[in-house]
Design a protein around this ligand. Structure first.
Ligand code: FAD
Length: 405
């Protein structure tokens, strides 16, 4: 790497130090390739909330050598239980016990985002091949006539690289080079809260599980974290006052009104939420092109999805594996990016689309709600057929997925 006052020349630049950016840097380093990661925040880090990691995500984390670090504080839920948020009755269950682990080769894990991100960061820091820089806000990327690419930062610094990977999330500054589009508001908002387990009634946490309470225009997800010491809560609802012109929608008064119609256990969860921060939910329309010349997108920058299938982070990890495979196999950067995109975009597009449908199903009211509950009831908890296309590790499933919908 040679440095002048304003232009920094690196072989491979990754913009964004989230799950996708760090996993790609670590994956490249493990194959003997250098990676330079720039992040706009003053420190590398993740917000304090939980994340569900399906077996496809765990397989990638294993291949990155960070599985043991993650398992140290992770929780293995024994089931995912869907409940009607109004009546409090069970709708259906997915068994995540030994049969599930045997089927996929990896467990379903819930962990603190800081622990996942910290394990990836630790792995990057331990490698001489990964350079990590903070306080670098990227404004844009462009392709250069010599086949390389340039990235311009808000502080005037410029990077020139053989390859640029845009891992800068939903509002990617790299994406406009490749796709002209905008995030799509779902009109739903999330409130999150992680509390000491002692605050939660003992009977609610006897068996570690992911609880999904589904109700009209709302849902609540709950699960234990940090070896069972913390309890994670994500409350999501549709605002009746959404407007692109102001921020005064999805307020806590609306949250209380929506959750006020639910059963006791769901209403009680209102006290576990951090009311200071609300998270408006957006995705984008799926696209088939993530690549322009020496620049490509990965993770949420490429395929931001609604979180209802809990696969955004997992798909970012699968992307990182496919991206590293492509870059180490194909010497021409543009060809490598095209291979990566062709391998991943059809699959993540299906997940983006299905996540929207899952949201409809979670939040349906009236006759639809009754029909949903009725049809879920017959589901065999150890029948994983409809989950395989999403949960099966990339290395086992390959690129041909049997998309069932
Ligand atoms: C409520 C909620 C619950 C979820 N639950 C799950 C779950 O259970 N399981 C799961 O797998 N997924 C889940 N997801 C999705 C998951 O969080 C995301 O898909 C994942 O974080 C995407 O990672 P990323 O690295 O692509 O993007 P990000 O996490 O957004 O990281 C992007 C990084 O780039 C940096 N950056 C942004 N712009 C710039 C710039 N201009 N210059 C430099 N740096 C920049 C950011 O600071 C950040 O560090 C959930 C999402 C939400 C909202």
């Amino acid at each position: 790497m040679s440095t002048s006052a304003e232009i920094i020349d690196v072989p491979l630049l990754i913009v964004g130090g989230g799950i996708a950016g760090l996993a790609t840097a670590l994956g490249l380093a493990r194959k003997g390739r250098p990676a330079h990661v720039i992040e706009r925040a003053p420190e590398f880090g993740e917000v304090g909330a939980g994340i569900q990691l399906a077996p496809n995500a765990m397989a990638v984390l294993d291949s990155l050598g960070v599985m043991d670090a993650i398992m140290k504080d992770a929780v293995l839920p024994q089931k995912k239980r869907y409940m009607d948020a109004v009546t409090g009755e069970e709708i259906g269950t997915v068994d995540l016990g030994p049969e599930f682990v045997e089927h996929y080769g990896y467990p379903y894990v819930v962990t603190h985002r800081a622990d996942l991100h910290g394990a990836l960061l630790e792995g990057c820091r331990a490698s001489d091949l990964v350079t990590l820089e903070t306080n670098r806000e990227v404004l844009r990327a462009e392709n250069l006539p010599d086949g390389r690419a340039k990235v311009v930062c808000a502080d005037g610094t410029e990077y020139v690289a053989d390859a640029v990977v845009g891992a800068d999330g939903l509002r990617s500054a790299i994406r406009p080079l490749i796709v002209e589009d905008e995030p799509v508001p779902s009109e739903y908002v999330a409130y999150r809260g992680t509390v000491p387990i002692e605050m939660v009634p003992a009977d609610a946490v006897e068996t570690p599980m992911v609880l999904c309470w589904l109700g009209p225009h709302m849902h609540l997800i709950q699960y234990p974290l940090r070896g069972g010491k913390l309890y994670n809560n994500v409350a999501v609802f549709r605002s009746d006052f959404y407007s692109p012109d102001h921020e005064n929608w999805g307020t806590e008064e609306e949250l209380d009104a929506r959750f006020g119609l639910c059963c006791d256990k769901v209403r009680e969860a209102g006290q576990y939420l951090n009311r200071e921060i609300r998270w408006p939910m957006y995705d984008r329309e799926p696209v088939t092109t993530w690549t322009s010349g020496a620049v490509s997108l990965i993770g949420d920058a490429a395929h931001p999805m609604l979180q209802y299938l809990a696969q955004g982070g997992a798909q970012s990890l699968d992307d990182s594996l496919a991206m590293v495979d492509a870059l180490v196999t194909e010497p021409n950067v543009e060809a490598a990016f095209k291979t990566f995109e062709a391998r991943r975009a059809p699959h993540t597009g299906n997940i983006q689309r299905l996540a929207r449908v899952a949201g409809e199903l979670f939040h349906i009211d009236g006759v639809g709600r009754a029909l949903r509950n009725y049809s879920f009831k017959d589901h065999n908890p150890t029948d994983y057929e409809n989950l395989d296309w999403m949960f099966m590790p990339l290395s086992v499933a390959g690129d041909t997925r049997n998309y069932p919908y």
